[in-house]
Design a protein around this ligand. Structure first.
Ligand code: UT7
Length: 329
C-alpha cells in the first residue's frame, strides 16, 4: 500500500515564438502543405531561436506551472526533465532548469527515453511521491528537436517541433495514479535515432558529414509499431487499473501523427472531444507533447475532478507506455 497518494497540482506549457508553417517548408523542401496535412495532420510547428535551448523552454513551462499551482519554486523537492535534446551532453538539463528557477541543492535529473519520456517520468515521479520520498516534484517534458533535424530531409524535417510542458506532482490523500504500463525494445535502435556524439560513434568530421548527429527515422515501420504498442499499452494499463475502455474520459496521446491518434481513438471508441489533439499547431515535440496537450486542456477548463485520463506514448528506443490517471481537484 502506498503511504500517500499523488495528484497534479499545476500545469504549464511554453512554445518558442518562431512559427514554421507547411507553406514555409515548401520553400526549401520538395513537399506540399497538402501532403503534410493529409499524412500527418500538422500545419505548423514552433522552432527555437539560435540562442534558445531546452532548459529555457523548460524553465518557462515550469514557471507557468508554478503560477498555476500558486507555489514558489523553493517548495519543489525534486526536478525531473524528460528530454532527448538536452542543452549539454552533461550536466543534466534538470540541473540547469532548477538553477534558472532560483533553486539550488535540490535533486535534479533527466529521463532520456524519447517520446515516451513523459510517461516514464510520470511513473517515476509518482512512485517517488507515493513512497513518501518527496512531497512535490516538478516534471517537465521539453525538447528543441529543431536543433537536431536534418532540414534537407523532407521525411523528418516536416515532423518535429520545439516546446515544453510541465506538471507539478504533489502528495495527496486521494490517489490520482491508477496504473502504469511501460515497455522498451532496444533491438532496432536505427528505426528512430540520433547517434549524436555517443560512444558507439564518437563525433569526428566523417561522422558529421554522415549527419549522425541528426534524427533518422524509418517512418512507415515506426508508424505500424506505434499503433500496435500504444493500443497494447492502453489495454494493459486499463486492465491493471481494473477499468474498461468505456470508463476513459480523455485520451492524451503523444502527438506523432494524426492518423496514429485517430486509430487510437477508434480503438477506444472515443468521440473527438475526448481525444486531445494539438498536432496541427506544434507537430511532434517528443517528450513535450503530452504535458503540453494536458496543460492546454486543463487550462481551458475542460478537465473535471473524477475524469479518467489515459496518457499514452511511443517513440525511440523503441519505447512505449501508458498511465491511467484519475484527475483530482
Ligand atoms: O514520435 C515517435 C513516433 N513517431 C512516429 O510514430 C512517426 C511514424 N511515421 C509517420 O508518421 C509516417 O510514416 C510519416 C509521416 C513519417 C510518413 O508518412 P507515410 O504515409 O508513412 O509515407 P511514406 O514514408 O510511406 O512515404 C510515402 C511517399 C514516398 O514516396 P514514394 O516512395 O511513394 O514515391 C516518400 O518519398 O511520400 C514521400 N514523402 C513525401 N512526399 C512529400 C515522404 N515525405 C514526404 C514529404 N512530402 N514531406
Amino acid at each position: 500500500m502506498p503511504s500517500t497518494g499523488v495528484k497534479i497540482a499545476g500545469v504549464g506549457h511554453y512554445a518558442p515564438s518562431r512559427i514554421v508553417t507547411n507553406r514555409d517548408l515548401e520553400e526549401w523542401l520538395e513537399t506540399t502543405d497538402d501532403w503534410i496535412t493529409t499524412r500527418t495532420g500538422m500545419k505548423r510547428r514552433h522552432w527555437a531561436s539560435e540562442d534558445e535551448a531546452t532548459s529555457d523552454l523548460a524553465a518557462a513551462a515550469a514557471s507557468a506551472a508554478l503560477a498555476h499551482a500558486g507555489i514558489d519554486a523553493r517548495q519543489i523537492d525534486c526536478f525531473i526533465v524528460a528530454t532527448v535534446t538536452p542543452d549539454y551532453y552533461f550536466p543534466a538539463t534538470a540541473c540547469l532548469v532548477a538553477s534558472k528557477l532560483g533553486v539550488s541543492e535540490k535533486p535534479a535529473f533527466d529521463v532520456a527515453i524519447a517520446c515516451s519520456g513523459f510517461i516514464y517520468g510520470l511513473t517515476i515521479a509518482s512512485g517517488l511521491i507515493r513512497s513518501g520520498i518527496y512531497k512535490r516534484i516538478m516534471l517537465i517534458g521539453a525538447e528543441t528537436l529543431s536543433k537536431i533535424l536534418d532540414k534537407e530531409d523532407r521525411a523528418t524535417a516536416i515532423l518535429f517541433g520545439d516546446g515544453a510542458g510541465a506538471v507539478i506532482l504533489e502528495a495527496s490523500e486521494r490517489d490520482s495514479f491508477l496504473a502504469s504500463d511501460l515497455g522498451a525494445d532496444g533491438s532496432r535502435p536505427e528505426l528512430l535515432y540520433a547517434q549524436g556524439s555517443g560512444a558507439r560513434r564518437p563525433l569526428d568530421h566523417a561522422a558529421l558529414d554522415a549527419k549522425v548527429h541528426l534524427i533518422h527515422m524509418q517512418g512507415r515501420e515506426t508508424f505500424k509499431l506505434a499503433v500496435e504498442r500504444m493500443v497494447d499499452a492502453t489495454d494493459s494499463v486499463l486492465q491493471k487499473a481494473n477499468l474498461e475502455k468505456a470508463d476513459v474520459t480523455f485520451l492524451v496521446p503523444h502527438q506523432a501523427n494524426r492518423r496514429i491518434i485517430d486509430a487510437m481513438a477508434r480503438y477506444l471508441d472515443l468521440p473527438d472531444d475526448k481525444v486531445v489533439v494539438n498536432i496541427a499547431e506544434y507537430g511532434n515535440t517528443s517528450a513535450a507533447s503530452i504535458p503540453m496537450a494536458l496543460s492546454e486542456t486543463v487550462r481551458a477548463g475542460l478537465v473535471r475532478p473524477g475524469d479518467l485520463i489515459v496518457f499514452v506514448a511511443f517513440g525511440g528506443g523503441l519505447s512505449w507506455g501508458a498511465v491511467a490517471w484519475r484527475w483530482a481537484a
